[in-house]
Design a protein around this ligand. Structure first.
Ligand code: ADE
Length: 235
């Protein structure tokens, strides 16, 4: 069964964009996943086809109207469509590899790309949208965030990664950032590859990689490091 992604946006031209290249592009060509875009503006009913308006209570910017977006969602998700409905938003819960994994295990996702200052709260509640953020910074719209989310999900779909790692040694999977990598040439601008990696001693190599992963995680991501060390003592 193929993973079905439906993206609701005011800029369908942004899709598939980078997702038609490389791993994701080949997987789409192979039918492992499909992508459909819905132009939200097509569901505006007034003469000017407006999808946004000034915020109730005043203030700067524009708010995406509930009515056009709700109609677009109803058209995109037929009754009985069980796919999660996501709204890309800087206000959302931060996207994690665990959420990505759960999405990849499902049948697909309906992804709404927000624009303007936000989306009318009533459509978020009435259509049960799960707000998802890709990080603590503000994009001009949810489209790049949707591309990021789909990239992360698609690479985990069965048959996409080929003979690459199953993911168990990747950053975040074991709660640690990944160790550094090296390849040819043996000497680059005076910098050799660490001896241990060319020693052929697999036990020592694994130990070095674990130490490096721990050192980097403690240094760069105190949040991950705290969770990792806590998990170790609780086992
Ligand atoms: N839209 C604007 N900024 C965003 C972010 N950081 N994550 C998800 N969607 C967004």
């Amino acid at each position: 069964m193929s993973f079905r992604a439906t993206v609701l946006t005011l800029y369908p031209e942004m899709f598939p964009g980078p997702l038609d290249l490389s791993l994701a592009g080949r997987a789409r060509a192979a039918g492992i996943w499909s992508l459909e875009t819905v132009q939200i503006r097509d569901f505006a009913q007034d003469r000017h086809r407006s999808v946004d308006d000034t915020p109730a209570g005043g203030g700067a910017g524009m708010v995406m109207r509930a009515d056009a977006l709700a109609r677009a969602i109803d058209r995109a998700a037929a009754p009985g469509d069980e796919r999660p409905r996501l709204l890309m938003s800087p206000r959302g819960r931060p996207l994690t590899q665990a959420r990505v994994r759960a999405l990849a295990a499902g049948t697909g996702a309906l992804i709404v790309c927000g624009r303007f200052e936000g989306v009318d709260q009533r459509v978020i509640e009435a259509r049960d949208l799960e707000e998802v953020s890709i990080g603590d910074y503000v994009l001009s719209g949810g489209e790049p965030a949707a591309l990021v989310l789909l990239d992360a999900v698609v690479r985990l779909l069965p048959g996409v990664m080929g003979n690459e790692t199953s993911g168990t040694e990747e950053s975040f999977e074991g709660g640690l950032l990944e160790h550094p990598h090296y390849t040819r040439p043996p000497l680059f601008e005076g910098r050799p590859i660490p001896d241990v990696l060319t020693s052929g001693n697999h036990r020592r190599i694994a130990e070095w990689r674990r130490q490096e992963a721990e050192r980097l995680t403690a240094e760069r991501r105190p949040d991950l490091w705290a969770a990792y060390t806590k998990g170790e003592t609780e086992q």
